[in-house]
Design a protein around this ligand. Structure first.
Ligand code: MG
Length: 242
């Protein structure tokens, strides 16, 4: 089976998960505010935006250390929380208070995870066309499996995590394991994700058709690769195909 995409005829699609299929940033920032509001009474909206940005975007070096095996998942979470709180002069007490903060955050974030509005439609189109699809993610398999299922995306059966082949993106092996599970060829398989470097450039370097899902329309002059601003623009619908 083959289908027309905006980037040529393809036979399979692999997706990144976080901030591609599911709105993790919403889940993170909403949960973060829930569990931190009592620590930052009176913080204004601009303050909460800054607080969320520190946690989600400005402390990803702690996530890199988790990927390198230097921190546990919860340790990197706590360090990111401490950095965000610390920016506003709040120190989270060691021990039970910190553990409770992480646990409460985890439960709330899990509950807030939801798919983007454009996800089910593109999966419906792929199913209708008989095109296999799956997910390749820079987190461990079981955690991401639960995340997809919790978000109502159990229809995504193929899932490759960092522990599946023992390497994270942008190591080619992790994208190629996804391709192997789809049963396609790399050059006929889209790899779509919100991270320009890990998803678009990393997927392309591994031999797939890497596509940057640039939902916010960020302008990056040096980026010469493929991009879409919505998953709804990934496929060429039969009625509009040339
Ligand atoms: Mg992502």
């Amino acid at each position: 089976m083959a289908i027309a995409s905006s980037f040529g005829t393809i036979r399979g699609v692999l997706f990144d998960i976080d901030d591609t299929l599911v709105d993790l940033e919403y889940a993170m920032t909403t949960a973060l505010r829930d569990v931190s509001e009592h620590l930052l009474p009176g913080l204004d909206q601009a303050g909460w935006v800054k607080f969320g940005r520190i946690f989600t975007h400005e402390t990803t070096h702690f996530y890199d250390r988790y990927l390198a095996g230097e921190l546990t998942f919860n340790e990197q979470r706590l360090l990111r929380g401490r950095a965000a709180l610390g920016h506003f002069g709040v120190e989270l007490a060691e021990g039970e208070a910190a553990q409770a903060w992480v646990m409460e955050y985890h439960q709330r974030q899990t509950a807030y995870v939801r798919p983007f509005d454009d996800v089910q439609d593109v999966l419906d189109e792929l199913d209708a066309a008989g095109i296999p699809y799956g997910a390749v993610s820079n987190n461990v398999h079981d955690y991401q499996r639960a995340k997809l299922d919790g978000a109502g995306l159990s229809r995504i059966k193929i899932l490759v995590g960092t522990d599946t082949v023992g390497v994270p993106k942008p190591d080619p092996a992790i994208y190629l394991e996804g391709v192997r599970l789809l049963g396609t060829n790399p050059g006929e398989t889209l790899y779509v994700g919100d991270n320009r470097l890990l998803d678009a450039e990393g997927g392309t370097a591994a031999g797939l058709v890497g596509v940057w899902l640039n939902r916010t329309g960020e302008v990056v002059d040096e980026f010469k690769g493929r991009q879409v601003d919505s998953l709804s623009r990934l496929l060429v619908r039969a009625s509009t195909a040339a």
